[in-house]
Ligand binder design. Structure first.
Ligand code: GLP
Length: 242
């Protein structure tokens, strides 16, 4: 039941490999539920899915999507929000019904309430057929940061210094990175039927090694993927420390 590894020669091959698996799931089940992620890692996968849609190979018209996380507080129009990211990198370019795309509400007056509502949404749309994940340099998945204990369900979380620093490259300055986020919990993520975790580049080497070590440690939230029977790591050699 260990994590399967597909080693790719570069980012492009990683992206095509991930997109091909997602596309096959949507072809088999046109009303699939896709769990989606943000960050720079899955952008190429989304680009490839858009290409397939444009080529007439794939339709998302009956697909539902659920995203992992969102900054808090942030407006959906802010170009750094994950809602904006998803619209921009995927949703606006395919035939998805936007009413069937869910991202935690970074604009909610009550963030705890927004998390409870998101868990209700996840329950209503049903188990994701596949969950796409990136991995933080510190082993975070979604925004489940290394901590003494990890949350099971969608919750409000503070971002670690290292994540704020890593994500500052997308903002005008580090001070503008929100310090909190709403994120699916480890349990919400593990509910997916199948999990694809993507990693490229040497910066992910330690996090990937901690995950592949096979034990469970809250110091590497991704290590909890070892509890799931169907996880595939799609990565390049650098992420494997080669
Ligand atoms: C972000 C996101 C994660 C993402 C990770 C890695 O903070 N919340 O979902 O996987 O960091 O990002 P990147 O793919 O840009 O390295």
């Amino acid at each position: 039941m260990s994590i399967q590894v597909i080693k790719c020669k570069d980012y492009e091959e990683m992206s095509r490999t991930a997109a091909a698996i997602v596309a096959e799931i949507v072809k088999q089940r046109p009303d699939a539920v896709l769990g989606l992620a943000t960050g720079s890692t899955p952008v190429g996968t989304y680009r490839e899915l858009i290409r397939m849609y444009e080529a007439g190979e794939l339709s998302f018209s009956r697909v539902t999507t659920v995203n992992l996380d969102e900054y808090y507080p942030i407006s959906p129009d802010n170009d750094q929000s994950y809602r904006y990211f998803m619209n921009h990198n995927l949703f606006d370019h395919v035939d998805l019904d936007k009413a069937h795309t869910y991202v935690p509400d970074g604009n909610a007056a009550d963030p705890e309430e927004a998390c409870r509502r998101y868990e209700e949404t996840l329950a209503a749309v049903g188990q994701a057929d596949v969950q796409l994940l990136g991995i933080g340099q510190n082993g975070h998945i979604g925004f489940n940061e290394p901590a003494d204990s990890l949350a099971v369900e969608t919750h409000v979380t503070g971002l670690t210094e290292s994540t704020i620093r890593a994500n500052a490259r997308f903002f005008a300055s580090e001070a503008e990175v929100p310090t909190r986020a709403l994120t699916m919990g480890i349990g919400s993520i593990l509910r997916a039927k199948k999990i694809l975790i993507l990693a490229n580049g040497a910066a992910k080497r330690e996090a990937v090694a901690a995950m592949l070590a096979g034990g469970l440690t809250t110091a590497c939230p991704a290590s909890f993927l070892n509890l799931h029977p169907d996880v595939t790591l799609i990565c390049d050699g650098a992420a494997l420390g080669e």
